[in-house]
Design a protein around this ligand. Structure first.
Ligand code: KDG
Length: 348
């Protein structure tokens, strides 16, 4: 075949191939795009504790449920160790929409939502059973709802737990033993008032700074639930632990309210179900760790002190003035409502 004819034929064939491809109704790039599934919505969730704690395992359960019930729609990304900010900063980020979710303690948020401070009243809940019933009941719901005017939707109360005192100076059995100790507290006026009433020198700071402060002895002690004390290896820098149980702290699992409201109702329902599944997981693991880790703290060399009923009452009596000081600030009606609910449940 003459060369000229051959090259003309090949050119025509190539042009024809291009034409056919172009008539497919869409170009290769558009075809690819229309076939690809919609991109997942990224949901970053920040907490201050580490990956070994009940709260982080709760986030994994939360993710598991959403992945199962809303496959391919959301990319749930848990972040531990305050990587995206401590409680206050992460909560602000969720409010302004630069972060989707966070799981702070209620205590550092009382400047934003004063009603949360009711949970900081010392010795408010006698046990976790009553704490759960109040938190999951109408009063807890009413308090959680106050966050909505701040741009935050509370999906559930998760368990941080009953707080215990640790220090590196001396065994603590009575309020007198607390006198002069420099105790780190959460950034919360009631926690400051509690430790002042006990004669300590309270030092508010974000959780992420606590271990280093104890290591450098800029503080003598701190107070947190057993799982936090053990999983954060506080036994490496603290000698004494006293089972005061002075406050029960909840976490609040928060999502940006605009984001939540923009979701289809069926997605909102799944997010709430996933939050409840995470709540159950956290409460289960928290109980298991509280039961098993006191012994592990002793094995790690800590002196763990259980208070006698008389010693425990001495602590309760020493901090009673805190109720009076803060009941009015929080709102006497709400405080009385919560205390009445606790009393009612305690009689059951
Ligand atoms: O994100 C971590 C904190 O929410 C939690 O550890 C709060 O109990 C707390 C503390 O002592 O700061």
């Amino acid at each position: 075949m003459p060369k000229k004819f051959l090259s003309l034929s090949l050119t025509l064939a190539f042009a024809l191939a291009l034409l056919v491809a172009g008539c497919g109704g869409s170009k290769p790039a558009e075809q690819a795009k229309s076939a690809a599934p919609a991109a997942k919505k990224v949901i970053k969730i920040s907490i201050g504790l580490n990956e070994q704690t009940p709260e982080y395992k709760g986030l994994l359960k939360f993710k598991e449920v959403i992945d199962a019930k809303l496959p391919g729609k959301y990319d749930i990304q848990p972040y531990a160790n305050a990587q995206l900010g401590d409680d206050v900063k992460a909560t602000e980020a969720v409010r302004n929409g630069t972060l989707e979710m966070t799981g702070p303690s209620t205590s550092p948020l009382t400047g934003l939502a004063p009603e949360l401070a009711v949970f900081d009243l010392p010795f408010l809940f006698p046990n976790t059973d009553i704490a759960y019933k109040v938190l999951d009941g109408p009063v807890g719901e009413k308090i959680a709802k106050t966050l909505e005017s701040k741009g935050l939707k509370c999906l559930a109360y998760w368990e941080n737990g009953f707080r215990q005192l640790t220090n590196s100076v001396r065994e603590v059995k009575t309020p007198d033993d607390v006198k002069g100790l420099k105790i780190r507290v959460m950034q919360n006026p009631i926690h400051i008032a509690i430790w002042k009433a006990l004669g300590a020198n309270p030092t508010p700071m974000p959780y992420s700074e606590v271990f280093t402060a104890m290591q450098q002895k800029t503080i003598d002690g701190q107070e947190n639930p057993i799982p936090t004390i053990y999983q954060s290896k506080f036994y490496e820098v603290q000698k004494y632990c006293t089972l005061t149980g002075h406050v029960y702290t909840p976490f609040v699992l928060l999502i940006n309210k605009k984001l939540f409201d923009s979701m289809p109702p069926e997605d909102q329902k799944v997010f709430l179900e996933a939050a409840k599944a995470g709540e159950a997981e956290v409460r289960k693991l928290s109980k298991e760790m509280n039961d098993s880790q006191v012994g592990k703290l002793k094995e790690a060399g800590m002196v763990v002190t259980t208070l006698t009923p008389e010693q425990h009452k001495a602590f309760e009596d020493a901090v009673k003035p805190v109720y009076d000081e803060f009941s009015n600030k929080i709102g006497k009606q709400l405080v009385d409502e919560v205390r009445a609910e606790v009393a009612r449940l305690s009689k059951q």
